[in-house]
Design a protein around this ligand. Structure first.
Ligand code: THU
Length: 128
């Protein structure tokens, strides 16, 4: 799958966004090592704090289906800003895929690519 195809899947998932509070729709598509793709959208909540980010929903869907190795994630909003994952989602991603490629897209199509360790160089790691 090309980068553009993965971003298009994220853009499609964005249509399912439930964002009545922020009116900021986000879509994500995460690609497993085997090539399977899981999508997610942001799901807001009246409590605000219980809101789920699109990346977290996509990652959770994949993990719940037994997938734990990932190679790319695409993220897009309705904005012309590149849509980077928030700090919390960076930490969620690094749990499973410290070297995942992150495609941060603009709604109109352009994107930039980073490796997660560039976006989160010093992740929290639990050493119990
Ligand atoms: N949001 C995401 O879905 N992903 C992020 O990485 C950052 C923010 C959502 C949460 C909320 O519904 C809306 O964007 C505004 O913050």
């Amino acid at each position: 799958m090309t980068d553009k195809e993965l971003i298009d899947l994220a853009r499609g998932a964005k249509q399912h966004s439930y964002s009545p509070y922020s009116h900021f729709a986000v879509g994500a598509a995460i690609e497993c090592d085997g090539g399977l793709v899981f999508t997610g959208c942001n799901i807001e909540n009246a409590s605000f704090g219980a809101t789920l980010c699109a990346e977290a929903v996509a990652l959770s869907s994949a993990v719940a289906e037994g997938h734990r190795s990932f190679r790319r994630i695409a993220i897009v909003s309705d904005s012309e800003q590149y849509c980077y994952p928030c700090g919390s989602c960076r930490q969620l991603l690094q749990e499973f895929a410290p070297d995942i490629e992150v495609l941060a897209a603009r709604n109109s199509g352009a994107w930039v690519s980073y490796h997660l360790n560039q976006l989160l160089p010093k992740p929290f790691q639990f050493r119990g």
